[in-house]
Design a binder for this molecule. Structure first.
Ligand SMILES: *Cc1c(COP(=O)(O)O)cnc(C)c1O
Length: 269
């Protein structure tokens, strides 16, 4: 049998570099909020063409922190509706419900399994004809959370157009799409099995919105603006230096590794 996702084989090409980088972090005596995380944030922002990147503990937190920040910034309030794909990993939905927001499931395109912008249009413009109507009828829809699944990109042009027309926020769950370089606010997971995977948990948000990046950074550090000054009821959600060091090494090779996955997938197609 062919193992489905053999992480040892995937990480083997980087083994020497990873071990050295881990030793360097151990020797540095600096394990959180250090050079590795700062450098990874810069490199991941640059790779995606985003202005800002804030690292955090995992992909679920990345999603949760963006929605929570939008609540703190007054763009969302508890009870508002967020359009989500009916077909996704549970984290996309939990991030919404954890924040007291209401997930409104919209069906995918049967070919791609990605959320179908035509069905979002139907919900927004002719709600009573939409299968989501029973969930949506009592809430104000304020955001769309498209999920790029299996390395495929959602139809972002159509989704962004709809969002602009209906004044909705857009948060992209990009946990399965490292390499698509989508514009806008994206939540990332670096869980070991993802296309850019750490040796443990890690996550990040990329965005062009400086105010959003600032609030997320504070929320992820106990809501703290500066030492012992707590602006929000925040959480503790950090990426550690060891994971950042690993991700920096693998990021250099991400495009090649993605191309290799595509070539292998094509042999099965
Ligand atoms: C993996 C994944 C997440 C969650 O990431 P974690 O780092 O495991 O919290 C969220 N959404 C999707 C689509 C995922 O595949």
């Amino acid at each position: 049998m062919i193992p489905y996702l053999d992480l040892h084989t995937i990480n083997a090409p980087y083994e020497v570099d990873i071990k050295q980088a881990l030793l360097d972090v151990v020797d540095s005596g600096w394990y959180l909020f250090g050079q590795q995380v700062a450098a990874f944030e810069q490199e991941w922002a640059d790779y995606n063409g985003a202005r800002f990147c804030v690292a955090c503990a995992n992909g679920l937190d990345a999603l949760r922190l963006v929605l929570r920040a939008w609540i703190e910034m007054g763009y969302l309030k508890r009870g508002d509706g967020v359009i989500v794909p009916a077909n996704t990993y549970i984290a996309s939905i939990l991030a919404v419900s954890d924040n007291g927001l209401v997930p409104i499931p919209v069906e995918p395109d049967p070919e791609s399994y990605l959320i179908d912008p035509r069905k979002i249009t139907q919900l927004l413009e002719d709600p009573e004809s939409s299968p989501a109507y029973p969930v949506a009828k009592d809430v104000t829809i304020r955001a769309i959370l498209p999920v790029h699944l299996y390395g495929q990109r959602c139809e972002m042009e159509a989704i962004d157009r709809l969002a602009a027309q209906h004044r909705l926020l857009v948060l992209q769950d990009s946990a399965q799409s490292h390499g698509i370089k989508a514009k806008g606010t994206c939540a990332w997971s670096f869980y070991p099995g993802k296309n850019l995977g750490a040796l443990g948990d890690a996550g990040a948000v990329t965005t062009d919105d400086e105010a959003l990046a600032t609030v997320i950074r504070q929320l992820a550090f106990y809501g703290s603006e500066r030492k012992y000054v707590h602006r929000f009821k925040g959480v503790n959600s950090r990426m550690d230096e060891l994971q950042a060091a690993v991700l920096r090494i693998k990021l250099h090779d991400l495009d090649r590794a993605n191309a290799r996955r595509v070539a292998i997938a094509n042999r099965f197609a």
